[in-house]
Design a binder for this molecule. Structure first.
Ligand code: PLP
Length: 395
């Protein structure tokens, strides 16, 4: 029996650049001491107080069907947080609770795309983006972002891609590059969306992890409120990846339709998870800072180590839990480098090629292991890279 094209076309053809990741996982399973600097999973667990709140709620009976758009308490807490950050009036009617940011990304695209529409996203990209768009029946189109501009999309490229398109998906702080878009980039994005009547889907799941500069939510820019859907999540901000809880913030009319969509797909999110999320948000920035602190520390460790050599260049790591390194001076592709590093030192990193074409010749290092392991891994990685430099000079 033949499956629907929308299902079989979710992942592209050929190598998806995740071979190193699977190889590292297999080696680890066999008992090899692999240091995994691959995926965006914290090395801490969800805070015990959040788990206690979850337990209290579940034992208190919040285990039945919860309101489909989300509990009033959580929607209000999220709308207040967004209002404080963006300065824009925001109420619970602007919020739909979803089972994680990924589900929010899919629902947001479903809301604005018809089959055959062109949907834009920036390359390098978070691995699910093209499939999320294809899953709606729309056509995914990448905008290549040049490492020379620290992977921030440029006005001319946005303008060229926008003709005939219907939506644009952006992500800042960015996975995989660790770049936080600056105001000029946001102005160019907003101008393009307004000029070409595009919906903007702004993935802000790393908004609590900003090391340098400031997070700007494009919904707050002139003329953008009615065309922007913001994607949020508790995964990264509160180490709640397994709880699967996120949201969409958008115009009231869109949220009403998305609630209808949720009724026909997820039928909401467990009430005790929502209560735990509400409790977590009630702890304010102190808890968000606590969860972000290890990455802030490790970024400093990494930048200090990188400053001691001049072979690998770090893409300015202004946010998120990743460090993108330009390894082109070794003469290797990101994929070849990552495989060789895994074989030689049992350190697993992601090749830039896993995130599209634009990050070829780069590797992404997730800063997700304890400081001492991280320091050792990065020291080994840098001296491993230096071997290639010396080889080059020798031959
Ligand atoms: N967006 C980006 C950029 C991500 O990196 C991730 C997860 O790594 C997600 C969305 C999805 O997060 P979740 O579904 O856990 O909220």
């Amino acid at each position: 029996m033949e499956l629907a094209h929308r299902m079989t076309a979710l992942t592209g053809d050929g190598s998806d650049g995740w071979d190193v990741f699977y190889k590292a996982r297999a080696l680890k399973k066999q008992g090899h001491p692999i240091i995994e600097l691959t995926i965006g999973e914290h090395d801490i667990h969800t805070h015990v107080d959040i788990l206690a709140a979850m337990g209290r709620s579940a034992r208190g009976g919040h285990t039945g069907y919860a309101a489909v758009p989300g509990t009033e308490g959580l929607r209000t807490a999220i709308s207040r947080r967004i209002e404080q950050q963006s300065g824009l009036p925001t109420t619970q009617d602007n919020i739909l609770i979803t089972p994680g940011g990924q589900s929010a990304l899919f629902a947001a695209h479903m809301a604005v795309l018809n089959p055959g529409d062109i949907a834009l996203y920036c390359d390098p990209y978070y691995a699910t983006y093209p499939g999320t768009i294809r899953g709606t029946g729309a056509l995914d189109r990448a905008i290549l972002c040049d490492p020379a501009y620290d992977f921030q999309p440029q006005a001319t490229d946005l303008e060229a891609a926008a003709r005939g398109a219907r939506s644009l998906l952006v992500n800042s702080p960015n996975n995989p590059t660790g770049v936080v878009y600056d105001r000029a980039t946001w102005e160019a994005i907003a101008q393009t969306c307004i000029a070409h009547d595009l919906w903007l889907i702004s993935d802000e799941v790393y908004d609590t992890q900003v090391w340098q500069g400031a997070h700007i939510s494009p919904r707050s820019l002139n003329g953008m409120q009615e065309r922007t859907l913001v994607i949020g999540s508790m995964s990264k901000s509160h180490a709640m990846t397994g709880s699967r809880i996120g949201w969409i913030c958008g115009p009231v009319g869109v949220i009403e339709h998305l609630t209808n969509f949720a009724t026909h797909t997820t039928y909401g999110v467990p009430g005790f998870i929502q209560d735990a999320a509400q409790f977590a948000l009630s702890q304010g920035q102190a808890l968000e800072d606590e969860v972000a602190a290890p990455f802030r520390r490790r970024r400093r460790i990494a930048l200090d180590l990188i400053a001691q050599q001049n072979l690998l260049r770090a893409v300015p790591c202004s946010g998120a839990m990743y460090l993108m390194l330009d390894i082109r001076a070794t003469g290797l592709s990101g994929e070849a480098f990552a495989h060789a590093l895994l074989d030689a030192h049992q350190i697993a990193v992601m090749p830039g090629e896993s995130f599209g074409q634009a990050a070829a010749g780069h590797i992404r290092v997730a800063m997700t292991v304890a400081d001492d392991h991280f320091t050792k891994a990065l020291t080994d990685l840098l001296s491993f890279a230096a071997e290639f430099d010396e080889n080059k000079r020798r031959f």
